[in-house]
Design a protein around this ligand. Structure first.
Ligand code: 6R9
Length: 628
């Protein structure tokens, strides 16, 4: 069977008899108890719930490590590439297995057990993967917090998930700069204490050490056994929590479980990247994001592939880093974000062409819509017109890819994530929820559950249903807008809610607003997205100062710095416009549509302003935008 026939057969099989298809597919995993039930999910309020393979039992690390030992124990599992080119090493499956078992025993010695939450705040070093897998080994639930987040953001997440332990490193090293992870962690722990801290030595920098609470990993490692039997987990036991931004409130703890999530990342990694024994797979995402979970750690390892962990940035020491490193490490499959592609494209073709890329056979992208120009550059320049481009649309909530071209089976179109994978049923609806047929644009919903779907928002039972299933009852709402063409191809147009996508990182406008208003000189703030050549979207903040507070360039800088401290550098506003007043309806609601149009540089398209309490505000804003 060729790829096209195989894909057609899968679609046919899952449409005809989903229960049998999924149970057959579950054989991709090794189970302690093979499930007899596949899908027991409902999107309806009366019997709402997402459950997959619920009577199955398994351990994630057995699937990612133990089951490969007999045949691939000496195969490279992880290639570590540090910040400096060539600063790195490789680990075999046998070695990773041993490290994970030791780490798991260290967790146990620190009092961590099944169901406990463990926060992980780490650089992109193999120990980050050991820590995640060690949790999975003993049934603890990890919550990885991106190393670029501030102490406050870390503290909020530790508190929300009730973490018992924090795993961190002395410092990170990115683009030649040190990142004070332990110092940040210490600040966070003042606000949200944990019982124990394990710290990995990465740079050897000076850090505080709290006796009785802190432990060095290299010290613990020598004391613990390399033998740690895997905990038998129920398919629906939680595997991890990952915080992500939504349109309202604080980031929510997206919860994924053991069986369905692992199945989905295993199957999608295989279908989309099809890593063979000699492949080297490099996904450039950080483990602080879902892409790092699914396609740096779990997906590749469950398939027995070789995965690269990169602790650097695309422009250090120069703009050729990706291609120099790919060549040196023998990378055959490369997966990155459109923002990185656009940033490198700006620097010219020469940075690419000076490195041999003939070993690369497949190029993937994820994180935001890829504009056709960047798609074509990736295809023509990076891939020499030879490599397939696999544009994968998915979300933290979906666990793994849902819409993406299966190589060799689905023809690509530059800028389209193409078509749904087998068992994924997207649909477009209008704002009233009416189902739209044929070639059209609308809001993207998914009509049936798939195994990798999130199971809940940690600590808030109602929020999952409220956030995703009430806008269009009976359907999962993605928050994305989308166009479907005559060939049934999907073209994601971006978020239609109050989420902005900055360099592939999700930011809730509400989060940035609440950081701004926390500043003593700020009375009110409204944040919207604006088009940005490299980042996709930038952050545009309208700020109303307290009465009598003078506007100044220094204050602009101070506010940017303040947001960096409150959330992290990724949330720093690109534009701050001081606004004497914000456009509000008579009921006091800020009309963001107007603010968006001004930020997009299209003030003539603000539309009807007659429902505003004071329509004159708009003219003042348009005037102010010229100098912002
Ligand atoms: C995996 C990940 C999810 C949001 C999603 C959408 C955007 C991701 C995309 C894409 C167009 C793609 N997005 N992949 N848009 N084409 N291939 O990025 O998860 O951080 O939760 O972001 O990213 O807007 O809704 P997450």
């Amino acid at each position: 069977m060729n790829a096209q026939q195989d894909l057609a057969a899968r679609h046919e099989a899952v449409d005809r008899d989903p229960e049998s298809y999924w149970l057959e597919e579950a054989r991709r995993l090794d189970w302690d108890t093979f499930p007899t039930k596949a899908n027991r999910s409902s999107f309806d309020e009366a019997d709402f719930g997402i459950r997959w393979f619920e009577d199955g039992e398994l351990n994630v690390t057995v699937n990612c490590l133990d089951r490969h030992l007999a045949e691939r124990g000496d195969k490279t599992a992880i290639v570590f590439e540090g910040d400096e080119p060539g600063e790195g090493y490789s680990l075999t499956y046998a070695q990773v297995h041993e490290e994970v078992c030791r780490f798991a025993n260290a967790l146990k010695d620190c009092g961590v057990g099944k169901g406990d939450r463990v926060a992980i705040y780490m650089p992109m070093i193999p120990e980050a993967a050991f820590a995640m897998l060690a949790c999975a080994r003993i049934g603890a639930i990890h919550s990885v917090v991106f190393g670029g987040f501030s102490p406050d953001s870390l503290a909020d997440r530790i508190q929300d998930c009730g973490a018992k332990m924090l795993i961190t490193a002395d410092e990170g090293s990115r683009g030649g700069k040190r990142i004070p992870l332990k110092a940040n962690a210490d600040k966070a722990l003042e606000k949200s204490p944990v019982e124990a801290v394990i710290m990995v030595k990465r740079t050897g920098g000076d850090v505080a050490f709290v006796e009785g609470r802190d432990h060095w990993w290299h010290v613990l490692r020598e004391k613990v056994s390399a033998d740690c039997p895997p905990e038998k987990m129920s398919a629906e036991d939680p595997l991890f929590i990952l915080y992500t931004s939504g349109s309202t409130g604080k980031p929510k703890g997206v919860m994924h479980t053991t069986g369905g999530y692992l199945y989905w990342v295993t199957a999608t990694f295989d279908m989309l990247f099809g890593a063979k024994d000699n492949d080297v797979f490099w996904c450039t995402a950080d483990v602080g994001w879902v892409t790092g979970h699914s396609y740096v750690v779990y997906g590749p390892l469950a398939n027995g592939a070789t995965t690269v962990m990169f602790d650097g940035v695309p422009n250090y020491p120069d703009f050729g880093r990706f291609w120099e490193t790919s060549n040196r490490l023998g990378v055959t499959i490369f997966y990155t974000a459109p923002t990185a592609i656009r940033a490198l494209m700006r620097e010219g073709d020469d940075w690419v062409k000076r490195h041999d890329r003939s070993q690369i056979r497949l190029l993937g992208t994820v994180g935001e819509p890829i504009n056709p120009e960047a798609w074509n550059w990736y295809h023509e320049v990076v891939g020499d017109g030879r490599c397939e481009i696999v544009d994968t649309w998915w979300q933290t909530e979906t666990g793994g890819a849902l819409i993406a071209p299966v190589p060799g089976a689905v023809e690509t179109k530059p800028g389209s994530a193409t078509k749904p994978l087998p068992g994924v049923y997207p649909a477009l609806v209008d704002n009233e929820g009416k189902l739209l047929e044929g070639a059209t644009s609308g809001n993207l919903v998914i009509t049936q559950s798939w195994p990798g779907q999130m199971r809940g928002v940690w600590g808030d039972e109602d929020r999952f249903f409220q956030t995703y299933f009430t806008t269009y009852p009976g359907r999962y709402f993605t928050g994305d807008g989308c166009r479907r063409d005559d060939d049934g191809y999907y073209w994601i147009t971006g978020r239609v809610d109050d989420v902005i996508n900055v360099s592939g990182h999700r930011m809730g406008t509400a989060e940035v607003e609440s950081a701004l208003v926390a500043h003593p000189k700020v009375a009110e703030a409204a944040v919207v997205g604006m088009p940005h050549d490299v980042k996709g979207q930038g952050i545009y903040a309208y700020v109303t100062l307290n009465a009598g507070e003078p506007e100044s360039e220094e204050l602009r800088k101070e506010l940017r710095q303040f947001v960096r401290q409150e959330i992290g550098p990724i949330a720093s506003p690109d534009v701050i416009q001081f606004a004497p007043a914000l456009p509000k309806t008579r009921s006091g609601k800020i009309m963001r549509r107007i603010l968006r149009k001004i930020a997009e540089g299209e003030p003539d398209k603000v539309g009807d302003t007659s429902t505003l309490a004071d329509p004159a505000v708009v003219d003042a804003l348009i005037e102010g935008a010229r100098s912002a």
